[in-house]
Design a protein around this ligand. Sequence first.
Ligand code: UN1
Length: 476
Amino acid sequence: MHQNYINGQWVGCEESLENRNPSDLTDLIGQYASGSAADLDQAAQAAAQAVPAWGLSNPQVRADALERIGAAILSRKGEFGHMLAREEGKTLPEAIGETVRAAQIFKFFAQETLRIAGDAIDSVRPDVDVMVTREPVGVVGVITPWNFPIAIPAWKIAPALCYGNCVVFKPAELTPGTAHLLAQIIAEAELPVGVFNLVMGAGSVVGQAMVEHPLIDAISFTGSVPVGRALAVEAARGLKKVQLEMGGKNPMVVMDDADMPLAIEACLNGAFYSTGQRCTASSRLIVHRAVYDDFCDRLVTAAAALKVGHALGAGTQIGPVVSEKQLRSNLAYVDLAREEGAEVFGGEQINAPTEGFFQRPAIFRNAQNSMRISQEEIFGPCASVIAADDFDHALALANDTAFGLSSGICTGSLKYAREFRRKSTAGMVMVNLPTAGVDYHVPFGGRRGSSLGSREQGRYAAEFYTSVKTSYVFAG
Ligand code: UN1
C-alpha cells in the first residue's frame, strides 16, 4: 500500500483505496492509504509543532527547498506525466504540460520567499515607528480536486511553504498517485519534520476531520460548489480562514467579426480539451446570429474529428472521462439537452480497444441560456451554443450565470474587446484566447459561485497565506 506521510514518516493505515486507470479498467495502478480522523489529527499536531521554527526560518532555506522541489518535479516530468495521464485520463502531452507548470510554480515561489516585504510608515505619535509585516497563518489544510492532480496542489503547497506555513495535504481520492509522487519529492527536499504532511483518504473522513480540527488555521480548497459551501459553513464555526475555488459555467462570446478558424480552435480547446474537466472550460459558446450557423457547422465537424481514446495512446486528443460516476452524470446531461429542446451533436459513450469511460464531445446547438444545460456545471466535454443578437445581448448572456470564473471573447474589434474586458463579471477575461489554460504567475480566481476568499497564485497568494502584523515601536 502507498502510505501517508505524517511527521516525517511514511505510515500505513487500515483502510486503502484502489486506484484504477479510466482509460483501461484492467489497469490497477495501486492501493493507496485511505486515512482516518486519527491520521489527520497526527498530521495536524505534527504541522502545528513545526510552525514556530519554520515560520521564522531563513527565507533562503525555504527558497532552496522550493527550488529543489521544482527541479525534482521537472527532472521526473515523464514519470509524473505518465502517472497523471494513467490515473486521471488527461492525454500525455497535457499531463506533462501540467507537470512542467507545477515545477514552474515551485520555482516561482522559491523566488518569492526573498520578496516578502512590508511597509514602514511614520506614526502620528512622536518617536514611534510603525511597521507592517507579513507572517505565516500557521497550519494550512490543502484539499485538491482530481482534475489537476499536480498543478493545483503545487499552487497551494508552494505558496503555503514560501510564506512559512506548515501543510496538511489531502488530495482527491481519484488521483492519489500523482499526489504520492509529489509527497515523495517533498519528503526528499529535507524540510524540517512536520512541515509537510500527506493524508490521503475520503473527503467525508479526512476533509471533515480537517475542517473540524482546532489546529488547522486555514484551508485552501478547490472542488465543487456543494462541498465548498459546506466547508465554508463548518470553517466559520472554527473561525478558520478559507479560500475556495469552485465551479464555472464560462462563456466564450464569438462575434461576427471574429477570425473564425481562431474562434473554432479557442472553443474546441476551451470546451473539450482535458475532456472538458476544467473549472475554466468554455461550456457556453455565445455566438453572434450572423455567424451562428457557420460556426456551428464548423464546430460540429471539428469536434467530430477529435480523436477520443486512451490517454496514453499516440495521437489521442481527448482522453476518457475520469470515472463512471462522472460519465453517468455527463450522459444524463446529454439526455437533458434533448429534453430541454437543444439539438445534440455527439455526446455518446464510445468503445475503444480498452474498457474505459470514453465519451465523444457533445455540442448542444440551439441551446438557450436559461436551460439547465447552460446554467449547471457539467464538468465534461459538453458545450451549449447559444445565439446572440448583438454585442450587448452577448455580454448580458455571458454575465447571466451563478458563476464567474473566466470568460472570453473572440473578436477583431478593439472596441468590443475593451468593453467586454471591462463589463464581464468574471475573475479572468480572455480575448481571442480559450477561457481555460492560465499562466502560473498571476492571480487565479473568480466571483459569485466560483470563488470565495482571496486570489490564488502569483504574488496575490500572499493575501491568503499570510497574516498581517502592525508593530509600533517607541524609541524612548
Ligand atoms: C486552467 O484552466 O489552466 O479546477 C486551470 C480547475 C481550475 C484550474 C484551471 N482550478 O479546472
